[in-house]
Design a binder for this molecule. Structure first.
Ligand code: GLC
Length: 558
């Protein structure tokens, strides 16, 4: 497909090469999951035209940038994280012209656009992989992936003991062109997602070219998928007698967080720096510690990395304080902003996470106490938005949506759901299309239903129902994002001050500002720190003291 595009749109403000506005240092970045945001053509699947039409909503929400999960040509074995052509839009999402329109429109509204880049693996329908298979062993294209002979007398065993993150072995055996069983190939995720061999220069060249393609289209940055996975340990060594599931995220693995990945990001950074405006790289890097996460955002590498330690923290004052401190401390030496995130398309929405007992992790299958979950989620959001650095909001959390925990099995599409013993498997619950209107086909998502069923009552949580409604979660987000930026500058800086507070309560000081957070299930009486500005549940200050309700955050100006 060749489409002729007009001159690229390049950034929203100062486009002088070399000029660094640093917009991302304190940005609120909104994640759009294109399948589930808005459906422009009524086929039940969200698309780029749908996103473009709803951009004014995001401007009004007050966010600085929009990160879009993948919309590239893909057989959708992993909802688009299996890319067949990195320079084409999947027809289900639109065309390159739609992408161009989206980027221009966003820039016109003062919003930046960050796209998802998936460099660890391609789709098995990528041209290179299809040819590698068709040409058989010895094909030079096989060297761009990890093909290996199997172990055992007839090569019937996988080359090593690595397991797929989605469950089952990380290797699949191929069939040779003559029909006999052949080599195996590595896939850390689904079998339809073969891992690239990043030692091969053609792979590195191709991704530098893909970066330029999208930078030329005018995007403001890339969220780099599985940034910790590109380089594998020399010789692909066995993991040995370890429980891989326990090690994941807790240790450096032969396939995750290898030091070799950093050279790749240094080379990418030089490309971004050639472009006008202020383009950024954001790492999706699940590492054992915030200190190792900081390696990805050294001054000549990426700009930001997701803070998954924060996302994984339970609703507990002491734990939250610890992770805030360690995150800020880890980022300070490298000069990168800390980032904060509570939800994304891979984990249980935080309103449902906090509706369940602590210690269950980020893949939760039960609805829990929904009222409590929402109350805590609102409080958690106000804490997040009071912290210095950049905050990520996942579509629908501003509506207080819960995870949909009772999707029927036949509706589920998450590939890990179908692979036994995967660590995930229930990610569809946070991907249900969001409600825009109280009534109507798919609650305003589109005119043609919704690719995952929306629960009854979804319309009551819609944008329409919450807009202008005093105390709604949507209005809470709008007020907090506006205050954070316009009046308080809360995203700036690298420090917080912890003020004295009763057990289970946090009192966080910033210049001219205090944020009080009660993570306990009971009200706590404490001294009034200032003038109340925003509260996640209503509070009244009566004299010198006030009662901070259970599971509540209040912002004060001082
Ligand atoms: C990342 C994505 C996730 C995807 C996986 C494989 O973790 O966020 O959705 O399944 O990578 O690409």
């Amino acid at each position: 497909m060749t489409q002729h595009l007009a001159a690229p749109s390049t950034g929203t403000s100062d486009d002088t090469p070399g000029h660094r506005t640093g917009w991302w240092q304190d940005a609120v970045i909104y994640q759009v999951y294109p399948r589930s945001f808005a459906d422009g053509n009524g086929d039940g699947m969200g698309d780029l035209a749908g996103v473009t039409a709803r951009l004014p909503y995001l401007r009004d929400l007050g966010v600085d940038a929009v990160w879009l999960s993948p919309f590239y040509a893909s057989p959708q074995a992993d909802a688009g994280y299996d890319v067949a052509d990195y320079r084409a839009i999947d027809p289900m999402f639109g065309t390159l012209l739609d992408a161009d329109a989206l980027i221009r429109e966003a820039h016109g509204l003062g919003l930046r656009i960050i796209v998802d880049l998936v460099p660890n693996h391609s789709s098995d329908q990528h041209e290179w992989f299809k040819r590698a298979l068709a040409e058989g062993p010895g094909s030079p294209l096989r060297e761009r992936y990890h093909f290996r002979p199997g172990k055992g007398a007839d090569g019937e065993l996988p080359p090593n003991d690595w397991e797929s993150i989605f469950g089952g072995p990380a290797w699949t055996r191929t069939t040779d062109p003559d029909g006999t069983p052949g080599e195996w190939y590595l896939h850390l995720f689904a079998p339809e997602q073969p891992d690239f061999n990043w030692e091969h220069p053609a792979v590195a060249d191709e991704f530098r070219s893909i970066l330029r393609f999208w930078l030329d289209m005018g995007v403001d940055g890339f969220r780099v998928d599985v940034a910790h996975g590109l380089v594998k340990a020399e010789g692909l060594p066995d993991l040995g007698a370890h429980d891989q599931l326990k090690l994941l995220g807790n240790d450096v693995m032969p396939f995750f967080d290898q030091d070799g990945v950093h050279a790749i990001y240094r080379s990418w950074r030089t490309i971004l720096d050639e472009y006008p405006g202020d383009r950024i790289l954001v790492a999706e890097a699940w590492t054992p510690t915030v200190e190792r996460t900081a390696n990805y955002v050294r001054p000549d590498e990426m700009h930001q990395a997701f803070n998954f330690q924060y996302l994984s923290t339970d609703w507990d004052a002491a734990e939250l304080r610890k992770v805030v401190d360690s995150s800020l401390a880890a980022m300070r030496p490298v000069g990168a902003p800390a980032t904060w995130v509570l939800s994304n398309h891979d984990v249980t929405r935080h309103s449902t996470r906090f509706a369940n007992p602590p210690g269950l992790g980020t893949q939760i299958r039960t609805a829990g106490d929904r009222e409590l979950g929402l109350r805590r989620a609102r409080a958690a959001t106000l804490l997040m938005l009071a912290l210095p650095g950049s905050a990520y909001v996942y579509q629908g959390e501003e509506l207080g949506l819960p995870d949909v925990t009772d999707l029927p099995d036949e509706a589920r599409q998450d590939p890990s759901f179908f692979r036994a013993e995967g660590q995930d498997g229930f990610r569809d619950g946070c991907r249900v299309p969001i409600p825009w209107t109280r009534e109507g086909s798919s609650y305003g998502f589109g005119d043609g239903g919704s690719w995952l069923p929306q629960p009854a009552g979804w319309g009551e949580m819609s944008v329409e129902a919450q807009t202008g409604s005093d105390g709604s979660t949507l209005e809470l987000y709008r007020a907090a994002i506006a205050a954070r930026r316009e009046h308080l500058g809360l995203g700036a800086g690298t420090d917080v001050e912890w003020l004295d507070a009763p057990e289970g309560v946090l009192a966080l000081g910033r210049p001219g500002f205090v944020c009080t957070v009660n993570t306990t299930g009971a009200p706590v009486r404490m001294a009034v720190p200032g003038t109340p500005l925003i509260a996640s549940t209503p509070v009244t200050a009566d004299g010198d003291t006030f009662e901070l309700p259970a599971d509540t955050t209040v912002w004060w100006t001082v």
